[in-house]
Design a protein around this ligand. Sequence first.
Ligand SMILES: [Fe+2]
Length: 261
Amino acid sequence: MPEESNFIWPKNGYFYNIYSSKPFHIETNKLIDHKAEENVWSEPVLFTDSSTVAIKADMPGGLGGSSDDHVHYDFVEWWIILKGQLEFQIGNYQPFIASTNDIVSAPIGLRHLIISSGNKQSVRLIIGVPGGSGHDNKKLKGSQNDPIPKRKNPPNLIHTDMQEIIKKFGCSSWSKTILKNQHTQAELISEKPNTNNSSKYKDSFNQWYIVIQGKIIFSFDNDKDINAVEGDIIYIPKNFVYYVKSLGTKNSLRISISKPR
Ligand SMILES: [Fe+2]
């Protein structure tokens, strides 16, 4: 396990890293605003015991260098779309479009190629694993177009359509495993607004959250509150007591990401 450390982004001072013993908050929207002048960019934002996370902005047609056909034989790479639309080619499956809040994963050994589509900038989180392979293994698409498997229920869908999931599971409070493999577990949690009440948690694993919908206050016994909005990332170290309160009138949605548990 590496030494505990924080890294500072040289250009803007947003810190991005752990293995921290304290919770922290990455205000993704501020980061995206900070980069407003640049259409195409990519920055690492988080490094945990389960995940490496980078944010990448791209323009239609893959002008940010998206068009890089490659494969990983050592981990499942996945993406959360924060903004815009992207065309994904995974393995020999028919190319498909993923939109804001959708999740896409590339199973081990399936080549992938990602091209920003639509007519605006796209922004996505790229989630890998510590020590995972880079883009060294090139693999081109085969000549056939296989249909994407018809299974619609998570976990481990190639394309998790967030709107479909919300429609399907409704507006009670629930939790669904979206992804589970040898390195990573991701749980999508829907929670009714609980303005008068916070839920208390103390988990035995390091995790990071990303807020998909709504406003969520994370509070602590001896630390200042984190007011998180859509797109924000919150890191919570294991065994840390924290409280979660969802604000507003509709359910909040967040994803918890950790090692498999
Ligand atoms: Fe990749």
